[in-house]
Each structure stands twice: as C-alpha cells, then as structure tokens.
Design a protein. Structure first.
Length: 272
C-alpha cells in the first residue's frame, strides 16, 4: 500500500494560526483532487474539528456541495493509551493520499507521535521574538542566535527517530504568519534571526497567512478562501482583501511542494 503524505501543523505556543492554516491547506488539497484525512490532537479545544463541523453545518443549511475531509479527534489520557490510540487512528486514515494533523499548542505524547510521522512539518509563528523564543535563544543586545531552543531540539530528535525507522526525511517549514504590511525594525530583526537559524538547524522559511479579518470571519461558517465563488448565493462577496489573501494561500500551497499534489496535477494535464 502506498503511504500517505503526512503534513503536521506543530507549534507549542497557542494562537499561531495552526488550525486556520491546516484548514486552508486541507481544502486546497481537496480542490486539487486529492483524498485528505484530518486528525485533531487537541481533544479539549478541537479547533480544527469544530472548523470542519461548522463547514458541514453550513453546507447542509445552504444546500452546498462543499468538499469536506474525514476528521478524527484524540485527547491526552496517558502515554501507553495515547500511543496506541494514535497508531490505531493513523492506520485507519492511511488510505488517504494526504493526512493533515493539527497538534495542540503544548508538548504531549500525541504531538510527539505526530511529529515522528511527519513528511512535511509546518510551524506557523507570529512575527515576534516572543514566538521566535520557541525555536531559539536570542541575544537581547545583538539579536543573534545563541542556541536552538527546546522545540528545535524536539524536532531534531524526531528527525533522527524517523531516519532510523524508515529512512524518511522531514521537510520542516516555518511560516511567518501575521506579517505586518509595513516594514518595521522588529520584523527585519526577526527575519535575520530566522535566516541564521534556518541554516543551523535545517528548515525553510515561508510567508504564511497574513493578519486578515477574512480568516477569522470564515471560521464560524467553516469556509475557506477556496470556497468564496461557490457560496456567492449565500451572500458572501469577494473583496480585494479576499483576492489578495487567496493568492497568498495559493503561493503558500505551491511553496510547500507536496509531492502527491504535483503528481495529481501531472496526471490531470496528461488526461486533459
């Protein structure tokens, strides 16, 4: 059986936009013709699961044929139970071409299990030294990287374990979310520190989803930027902000370089 491509959204700080980013990537992949399964590992908040539930309800209410992934939710219990539960769910959803896993904003057994299975690891972070502290200790005078921090060390261990298990490689992508549209000294300093750190511990830096009201508004209806033209009859309208944000999303999905997505596009081109 062909293994699915596993995308993990991980960041041990809350409020970084993991669930919003996950949902937009999921719908983008579904729109591209891929089968996608989702796993929400935060059984308390269930942000991704609630997003998908809102989507299902909105589709039924308005008679829309929105693309919806399967969703499984897991909650921390104890180490042995969590490992067994993750293994069982992962085995079940591995029939999909892509599995997207949304991790909680804290360290947990479930989160570590997910990180150990990642093919693409996405770490959204707000453009600030508060969030950068998750990845590295920064000198307050020079703003230079002193050493990688606890989360970076966790990723290093997960990469080692993955290499030993199946010789797999983890493409770690750090997304700078909520970027200000105005150039700022702090923004430049964070960027310089990320560039230095990326060379030391091996991740790619990409622009994520900007701080836009449109993303927050869509959660209650379970919508994404991919859906706007399909739901015009419900009163949703396209603005220039929507158009800019949708292009931002398309650029992000392309930059992630998901292998099965490129294969799907190639197959579609050959049959068209």
């Amino acid at each position: 059986m062909i293994k699915p491509h596993v995308i993990v959204l991980g960041n041990e700080k809350g409020g970084s936009g993991k669930s919003t980013t996950a949902m937009h990537i999921i719908v983008s992949l579904l729109q591209a013709g891929l089968s996608v399964a989702a796993i929400d590992l935060d059984g308390r908040q269930k942000s991704l699961a609630r997003y998908i539930e809102n989507r299902q309800s909105f589709a039924v209410k308005h008679g829309l044929n929105l693309l919806v992934p399967s969703i499984d939710v897991l909650q921390d219990i104890d180490e042995a139970t969590d490992k067994a539960a993750f293994a069982a769910v992962f085995d079940k959803v591995s029939v999909a071409q892509v599995v997207v896993i949304d991790c909680p904003g804290r360290d947990s057994v479930l989160s570590r299990e997910a990180h150990g299975h990642a093919d693409t690891l996405i770490t959204p972070m707000n453009d600030s030294f508060v969030d950068l502290d998750l990845l590295a200790t920064i000198d307050p005078e020079t703003f230079k990287v002193i050493k990688p921090s606890f989360y970076a060390e966790l990723i290093w261990k997960c990469r080692q374990e993955r290499a030993r298990r199946d010789k797999g490689n983890v493409d770690w992508v750090v997304l700078r979310t909520r970027l200000s549209h105005l150039e700022a000294k702090n923004m430049r300093r964070v960027g310089a520190a990320l560039t230095e750190l990326a060379k030391r511990i091996g991740f790619r830096v990409l622009p994520g989803l900007s701080e836009r009201v449109v993303y927050r508004e869509m959660f209650l209806k379970g919508l994404t930027l991919i859906d706007l033209r399909d739901v015009a009859k419900t009163g949703e309208s396209m603005t220039m902000s929507h158009v800019a944000a949708r292009q931002e999303l398309r650029d992000l999905v392309t930059a992630l370089k998901i292998p099965c997505m490129a294969t799907e596009h190639s197959a579609m081109a050959q049959t068209s």
